[in-house]
Write a protein that binds this ligand. Structure first.
Ligand code: SAH
Length: 367
């Protein structure tokens, strides 16, 4: 029985499910979840990410990590952690760039946090047996500082969705339509046990500006906030910094960002359970607030273009093109894809969380 049919049967019996429950089943159901069974990244797969666009992305993150490590006082050992490493390309490019600083490589203990068995196999193929693999961040032992990177991980962590109705906020749920297929519905928030902590937006300032219309959707991701809090807590105790890169919002705003992608095309999330990648936008304001609450410095949020340009991606592109003139056009296209405003440069954002006593490069004014 397909995941879609199993979800329909469950809903018919027990009633509608929340968007996060649906999202988590679609990605991680042990029998049919997308990441559990068929993740397919890259040009020939379902979706492409920055490290797969160009080696320059991972290399520059490597330079950022080396400079951060220097500012931490060159600790040895330290944990070099990547969460959601995909096919291992980012870490492989980062480690190659880090050959510039052998002491960094000598001190780095590489930990990969990955829930997907098929992707762990891909990572092992690319990176060999140097890294250690765990399924959760809290399985990475404490007691040493950490430099953590994660590209397109926050967008894999689900958000609850709230809909503004005439009579206040209601939660968007997934039930069955009259035709027996999955359909979005609403569940009143009522006076449930946790009504006070239900993370719907406070009336101001956004409502004051009249930006929340009836029918508009507000997202809130307890899972993204919890991850930010876990990382920040660790950084506050053991020291270090985390770089989170993702597409998402830099300021609170309404909008339905739930998106399913298969074979590089948007598809209907309710018809493709387990067959497509499912994402929501990273909620950077909430991530930063949760990190500060947990004792770390965090922010500001930079665009991917600002981040990569400040690290010198244009000079890196020139060097690569000079070494391989026959590839110059391709490298120029890759550069544009990473930093172009109409491409990944503006929608993708970079946030840094760090220990209270650290000033990582490009995030000196984190508070
Ligand atoms: N960072 C890679 C891959 C992004 S795809 C790149 O940029 O190419 C998302 C990655 O996060 C995959 O490796 C996926 O298996 C992993 N992932 C998804 N949900 C996760 C979770 N809850 N915990 C840890 N990793 C997760």
């Amino acid at each position: 029985m397909s995941l879609l049919d199993r979800l329909k049967a469950q809903i018919a019996q027990d009633g509608p499910i929340s968007v996060p429950e649906f999202f988590t089943r679609c990605l991680h159901d042990p029998r049919d979840g997308y990441y559990a069974t068929r993740p397919d990244l890259g040009v020939g797969g379902d979706f492409i990410t920055a490290p797969l666009v160009s080696q320059m992305f991972g290399e520059l993150i490597g330079l950022w990590a080396i400079e951060t490590w220097s500012r931490m006082g060159r600790p040895a050992p330290f944990r070099l952690v990547e969460m959601g490493p995909g096919d291992g390309t980012l870490m492989s490019d980062l480690l190659r760039a880090a050959r510039l600083e052998p002491a960094f490589l000598g001190a780095a203990e590489v930990w990969l946090v990955e829930v997907s068995e098929p992707l762990r196999a891909k990572q092992a193929e690319r990176l060999g047996d140097g890294p250690r693999w765990v399924g959760r961040l809290d399985e990475v032992p404490g007691g040493a500082p950490m430099i953590l990177v994660a590209n397109e991980l926050l967008d894999c962590l689900p958000a609850r969705q709230f809909v503004r109705t005439e009579s206040g906020w209601a939660e968007r749920v997934i039930g069955l339509g009259e035709d027996g297929e999955l359909a979005f519905g609403l569940r009143s928030l009522g006076k449930s046990a946790n009504a006070e902590v239900t993370p719907v937006p406070s009336p101001s300032p956004i409502e004051g500006e009249g930006r929340i219309d009836i029918g508009s959707i507000w997202e809130s991701s307890p899972a993204q906030a919890a991850l930010a809090s876990d990382i920040a807590h660790r950084l506050a105790i053991d020291g270090g910094a985390a770089l989170l890169v993702d597409y998402g919002r830099a300021a609170p705003e309404p909008g339905d960002t739930l998106q399913a992608v298969q074979n590089h095309r948007k598809v209907d999330p309710l018809k493709t359970a387990g067959l497509a990648d499912l994402t929501v936008w990273a909620d950077f304001p909430a991530v930063i607030a949760a990190a500060r609450e947990a004792g770390a410095k965090a922010g500001p949020v930079l665009s991917q273009a600002e981040f990569l340009l400040a690290l010198g991606i244009e000079a890196r592109a020139q060097t690569l093109s000079a070494a391989r003139p026959e590839r110059a056009d391709q490298i120029a296209r890759q550069l544009d894809r990473l930093v172009g405003k109409a491409q990944m440069g503006a929608l993708f954002k970079v946030a840094c969380l760090c220990a209270p006593d650290l000033s990582p490069p490009l995030f000196e004014d984190a508070t």
